[in-house]
Design a protein around this ligand. Sequence first.
Ligand SMILES: Cc1cc2nc3c(=O)[nH]c(=O)nc-3n(C[C@H](O)[C@H](O)[C@H](O)COP(=O)(O)OP(=O)(O)OC[C@H]3O[C@@H](n4cnc5c(N)ncnc54)[C@H](O)[C@@H]3O)c2cc1C
Length: 446
Amino acid sequence: MCVITGVYHRKTNTRSQKIPPFLYTQILLLLLNTLSSPSFTHTHSNSLLKRSIQSMENSIQFDLIVVGAGVMGSSTAYYAAKHGLKTLLLEQFDFLHHRGSSHGESRTIRATYLQPHYYPLVLQSYKLWLEAQAQVGYNVYFKAPHLDMAHFNDPTILAVIENCRKHGAQHHLLNHMQVAQKFSGNFNIPEDWVGLSTEHGGVIKPSKAVAMFQTLAYKNGAVLKDNAEVTDIKNDGGVVVLTASGEKFHGKKCVVTVGAWVNKLVKKINGVELPILPVECHVTYWRITEGHEGKFAIGNDFPTFASFGSVYVYGTPTLEYPGLIKVAVHGGNPCDPDKRPWGPLVMMNELKEWVEGRFSGLVDSSEPVVKQSCMYSMTPDEDFVIDFLGGEFGKNVVLGGGFSGHGFKMAPVIGKILTQLVVDGETNEVDLKHFRIGRFNLTSKI
Ligand SMILES: Cc1cc2nc3c(=O)[nH]c(=O)nc-3n(C[C@H](O)[C@H](O)[C@H](O)COP(=O)(O)OP(=O)(O)OC[C@H]3O[C@@H](n4cnc5c(N)ncnc54)[C@H](O)[C@@H]3O)c2cc1C
């Protein structure tokens, strides 16, 4: 895995295409003066050189500045740089930090959705994940089947089944005995439940995938800079992006993909308060009973899965931690992303009951053995926000947020869509009406 940290990781030949030659002359002179000075030390030379490079970058006009280097910002930086845009990616913390939404070891990819507009986006994403991993040379996507389950009358599973039919998506509707048969007795659903199985499942490795997009963005000439908290964005015909340390970056356009911080930044930029709620949630891993570990491993018939009802449970086959299986609740507690409680897990009793009941004692349901904390950015309808910020910025600032705990799988197509909005002002990937800011009842300047 290639991890990019620190400031300005660009190859000399890439940089030389982008920085005006006169600035190189200035740097060279500065370096020569410094080296010839009697008080020269290695540390002095480094800090002077770094400052000069910083002022060079600050004076560049970027085509696109992407704010926020989670999976959405990193994928956007890749597709924009690949498209030939002079791209800068800014991140407030270290790259690949664990304080947002895109870190960790596994995310489910599945095509079964109750809203019809996600099906084509997921199918396109499968293709794009394969293309991107072929570019970088290692795998971030691991194939598995997928199983949804619920009471036969549950409105979510009924909508999911309806969508599969509507899209002609390959699927099998199973009763409780057929579920046990198809998945080698690993799942035990009640008699009045149904299972919906499809080949469109799988696991994405999130931290590795973010690193992949950052590596590919860099390889395509993007400038990557972490520990750069954006405090404001101003309109000067293009955009001026200001950071907490006093730097100013100039761009023609800007994409804002700041996850759970979206309200904080957007409110600062134009006073608009979006109904996007930061929620702290948890991933939990459970120990498989000794001797049964192989049954839950990826690569056999064990699927990624989701279970609908009063509690929404989801999970993945064993991949990251041998002998453990990820089974978690979709939900959490509202939080301030800068003052995280790192607090209690929600619906643990219901989850324990689910693990006990569905896995027939093959998984120890007494307590999860690994707990990891993460953040969702929830919209009221759980649809994304992909739109122009509008107001004085017109089409110069594009927002990608509110991914509501289910966006990771679609990160490549979202990066492509955000790039299309920057370049063409429109996208052919999806009808944006589902994702417009205007669907919320806002009292705002937009
Ligand atoms: C526990 C959990 C499980 C999930 N499971 C799934 C799943 O199975 N399948 C699926 O498809 N999706 C899943 N998701 C959802 C998915 O992970 C998110 O939708 C996705 O990671 C959101 O990415 P993002 O880039 O919008 O946000 P983030 O990853 O949070 O990135 C935003 C970045 O912006 C930076 N930033 C914020 N403010 C500023 C600023 N002012 N200046 C500079 N940088 C800033 C932040 O530091 C952060 O790095 C899950 C999420 C969680 C938390």
